[in-house]
Design a protein around this ligand. Structure first.
Ligand SMILES: Cc1cc2nc3c(=O)[nH]c(=O)nc-3n(C[C@H](O)[C@H](O)[C@H](O)COP(=O)(O)OP(=O)(O)OC[C@H]3O[C@@H](n4cnc5c(N)ncnc54)[C@H](O)[C@@H]3O)c2cc1C
Length: 441
């Protein structure tokens, strides 16, 4: 048995330490890179593509475990039967920048004090600069009964948040034969906070198109105290639900599913009162969190909820100047969307280059996020707003109104913009279009 001086992890404290230990059953190797990008989703890929363009091969390493890169905003349309799952992904290899090195592995611990990350396979990666872009994960297991229900194709319990379950959503629409149809929003941060209600509107329209509306009572049960965080769009959404007889229960959180009995239990967040309801269809959105590597093994890189703590305008870590975060895993108080990633990627890239050149970060992110609130098969409200929850609209008309044009934009233009623009580091959000169209306002 060899006894060598190596690097390993103290999991108790989530910190890397140096100590003597046996290496006989460890696959331990050291890697070094200039910029390490942890997570090759929308945010990581956009920044990585920009860095590779500037610095060329040999400068960027991706740490990313998945073979597939999903364009997740398409999941809403797949759930509604408007797109197919195979339209929503590409191989990770084809999406990550060809000049970057890809380490197909997962971060399990971060040690920002020593500029090191440990991987699931037991390797240590040392970096000069790091961009954290792990996104957030889906915790279906936190709601008792939900995983069993989702795994059972006859349960009428579905969820469009995961590529594993999204194809069952439209099948459940087709199988629905009356009763309560309940759509939920969990008590946690959520990626695309509009998505849990979009699928509800699509279902309600599906019923009307198929002459089944009278058989159903449609509910949107949300743990939030509001229907949508931005008043300008919330006012329109209240009209939509009123006109379409959709019952909205605020502060109402799904806590248990009994798929055998087709019953769901909810808790009122304020009063703690519990109610159990029958359902003919349940669309559940799981609680979400950052991956455990960040939540439990990254020391003071993160806040108490496990999100990377950054300055909200520069996206630079509040404690480690050589670390930036982008996308859903950052604690910047924007709505967690791919549109926000587009608004952040140039800021992260430029500020990182500034730091690498010994300067202060020069670019500022305004909190831009967008949410195409699909309200049926022909209509969409394109919400766009900033940190102050004020509308920041691209087009010179009132985007809080339902429009066919915005649905066409969502269905046919946004995916190409993601694949050919954002993922190649070429799309920084619609700010320049907004400025150009300002003359029509
Ligand atoms: C149903 C649904 C509908 C949506 N609709 C919209 C919409 O209409 N408009 C919109 O703008 N946005 C929408 N979004 C949100 C959008 O998809 C996300 O906000 C966006 O993908 C965030 O990008 P990201 O890079 O932060 O995370 P992701 O794109 O999720 O990428 C994270 C990457 O990190 C990797 N990773 C995870 N853990 C680790 C680890 N420990 N080590 C290394 N790598 C790791 C993952 O494999 C993944 O590749 C929607 C999302 C869903 C699920």
């Amino acid at each position: 048995m060899n006894s060598l001086k190596c690097l390993t992890i103290s999991r108790q404290h989530g910190l890397l330490i140096t100590r003597n230990f046996s290496t006989s059953n460890l696959n331990l190797a050291n890697h070094k890179c200039k910029v390490l990008i942890v997570g090759g989703g929308g945010g990581g890929t956009a920044v990585g593509a920009k860095l590779c363009f500037k610095y060329g091969a040999g400068s960027v390493m991706f740490l990313e475990p998945s073979d597939r890169h999903y364009y997740q905003p398409m999941f809403t349309l797949i759930g509604g039967g408007m797109k197919k799952l195979e339209n929503s992904y590409k191989s990770m290899k084809s999406v990550l920048p060809s000049k970057a090195e890809w380490k197909k592995d997962r971060a399990v611990a971060f040690d920002p004090k020593s500029n090191r990350v440990e991987t699931e396979k037991g390797d240590i990666i040392e970096y000069d600069y790091m961009v954290v872009s792990t996104g957030i994960e889906l915790n279906y297991h936190k709601i008792p009964g939900l995983v069993d229900a989702l795994e059972n194709p006859n349960s009428q319990v579905v969820s469009n948040y995961s590529p594993k379950y999204v194809t069952n959503v439209f099948k459940a629409f087709e199988k629905f034969n009356g009763g309560n149809a309940i759509f939920t929003f969990p008590a946690s941060p959520v990626k695309c906070p509009g998505a849990p209600q979009k699928i509800c509107y699509i279902f309600e329209h599906y019923l009307r198109k198929n002459h089944k509306r009278n058989d159903a009572k449609v509910y949107y049960n949300t743990a939030l105290p509001v229907i949508f965080g931005v008043k300008h769009y919330a006012d329109s959404l209240w009209l939509v639900v009123k006109n379409r007889d959709i019952n909205v229960n605020l502060s109402t959180n799904l806590i248990e599913v009994n798929s055998e009995a087709k019953k769901a239990t909810f808790e009122n967040i304020v009063t703690k009162e519990r109610t159990t309801t029958d359902f003919g269809l349940l669309h559940a959105v799981p609680p979400m969190s950052t991956p455990s590597a960040l939540r439990e093994h990254s020391g003071d890189l993160v806040n108490e909820l496990g999100f990377v703590e950054v300055h909200k305008h520069t996206m630079q870590s509040v404690r480690y100047p050589n670390v930036f975060a982008i996308g859903d895993c950052a604690n910047s108080p924007n709505s967690k969307t791919a549109a926000a990633v587009a608004g952040q990627c140039h800021v992260v890239y430029r500020n990182l280059v500034d730091v690498m050149e010994g300067k202060k970060p020069s670019k500022s992110y305004d909190g831009y996020a967008s949410c195409p609130l699909v309200t049926g098969y022909n209509t969409c409200i394109l919400a766009e707003f900033d940190y102050n929850l004020q509308p920041l609209e691209t087009f010179p008309f009132d985007q809080s109104k339902e429009r066919l044009s915005m649905l066409i934009a969502k269905k046919d233009f946004m995916a190409p913009l993601y694949w050919y623009g954002l993922a190649n580091g070429l799309w920084n959000g619609p700010g320049f279009i907004r400025k150009a169209l300002n003359i029509f306002r």
